[in-house]
Design a protein around this ligand. Structure first.
Ligand SMILES: Nc1ncnc2c1ncn2[C@@H]1O[C@H](COP(=O)(O)OP(=O)(O)OP(=O)(O)O)[C@@H](O)[C@H]1O
Ligand SMILES: [Mg+2]
Length: 244
C-alpha cells in the first residue's frame, strides 16, 4: 500500500528525514513512536504530500507520487492533532464538503454515506451541530469521519488524541480501533503506548530522522534491544504512572 524508498527531507540546514525506507501492506496498522522532533509528523506530511521530499521515492498503491501526484495522494486520508474542522459548517457539512467539491460526487449519495459514518462514530445526533458546540473528543471523531467520507484506502493519524483531555482519549481510540478491525491500512503517530502495543501489527521507532526499529510490538515493548528505545519507554512510562 505504501512504499517509501530512501526518503530525505531537510528544513534549511536541519535534516529531518534521513534515508527512510519502509513498506506498509494492505490492512496493516503501523504505530509510529519516538521522541519529540524525531521526524514523525514530517514523515506523515511527506507521505500525503503536505511537504515535498528532497530525494527518494514514495509509492502509494503502486503509484509514484512524483508521477501520479494528486491521484496517489487521494488514496489517503489524514487526521491531525488539532481538529481542523470548518467552523462555519455543520458536522454534516464538514463531511460532505470534499466529496462534493473535490470529487464532484452526487450530493444525495454523499449525504447518505456521511450519515452512516456519523452513526459509526456515534455522532449522528450531532449532525446539525457546529464544531464549536462539540467536545474535543467529538470534534476529533468528526475529523475522522470527515477523512473517511473521502473513502480512503489508507488513513494517517498524527497524534489524534494528544490535544484531548484524558477522559476523552478513550472514545477516539475506540473509533480508531474499530477501523483497525475493518482492515483499513493505517499509520498512527501516537504517544499512547498501550494502544500501540495492542492495535499495531508493527511499530516504527523513529529517532533523529531515521526509523531505527521496524518490528512487531512485542519486540519493542517487551524486549527492546536498543538503549535508545529503552530510555524512551522508561521516560514515557514515568509520565503515565508506570502503566503502558
Ligand atoms: N515547517 C518546518 N520548518 C522548519 N523546521 C521544521 C518544520 N517542520 C518540522 N520542523 C523541524 O523538524 C524536526 C522534526 O519535526 P516533526 O514535527 O516531524 O517531529 P515529531 O517527531 O513529529 O515531534 P513531536 O513528537 O513533538 O510532534 C523538528 O526539529 C522540527 O522543529
Ligand atoms: Mg509531531
Amino acid at each position: 500500500m505504501i512504499e517509501a524508498k530512501n526518503i530525505y527531507k531537510s528544513f534549511a540546514e536541519l535534516e529531518v528525514l534521513s534515508d527512510v525506507s519502509f513498506t506498509v501492506n494492505q490492512g496493516e496498522v503501523i504505530s509510529v513512536i519516538g521522541p519529540s522532533g524525531s521526524g514523525k509528523s514530517t514523515l506523515l506530511r511527506c507521505l500525503i504530500g503536505l511537504e515535498a521530499i528532497d530525494s527518494g521515492e514514495i509509492y502509494i498503491e503502486g503509484l509514484s507520487v512524483k508521477k501520479a501526484g494528486r491521484k496517489a495522494y487521494q488514496k489517503m486520508g489524514m487526521v491531525f492533532q488539532g481538529f481542523n474542522l470548518f467552523p462555519h459548517k455543520t458536522v454534516l457539512g464538514n463531511l460532505i464538503e470534499a466529496p462534493i467539491v473535490v470529487n464532484g460526487e452526487d450530493k444525495k449519495e454523499v449525504k447518505k454515506r456521511a450519515e452512516a459514518l456519523l452513526e459509526k462514530v456515534g455522532l449522528y445526533d450531532k449532525k446539525d451541530a457546529y464544531p464549536s458546540q462539540l467536545s474535543g473528543g467529538q470534534k476529533q471523531r468528526v475529523a475522522i469521519a470527515r477523512a473517511l467520507a473521502m473513502q480512503p484506502d489508507i488513513m494517517l493519524f498524527d497524534e489524534p488524541t494528544s490535544s484531548l483531555d484524558p477522559e476523552l482519549v478513550g472514545e477516539v481510540l475506540t473509533v480508531i480501533r474499530d477501523l483497525a478491525d475493518e482492515n483499513i491500512t493505517m499509520m498512527v503517530v501516537t504517544h499512547e503506548m498501550s494502544f500501540a502495543q495492542d492495535v499495531s501489527d508493527r511499530v516504527f521507532f523513529m529517532d533523529h530522522g531515521k526509523i531505527i526499529s521496524d518490528s512487531v510490538p512485542e519486540k519493542i515493548f517487551v524486549n527492546p534491544d536498543s538503549t535508545r528505545i529503552q530510555n524512551f519507554l522508561t521516560k514515557i512510562l514515568s509520565q503515565n504512572d508506570g502503566s503502558l
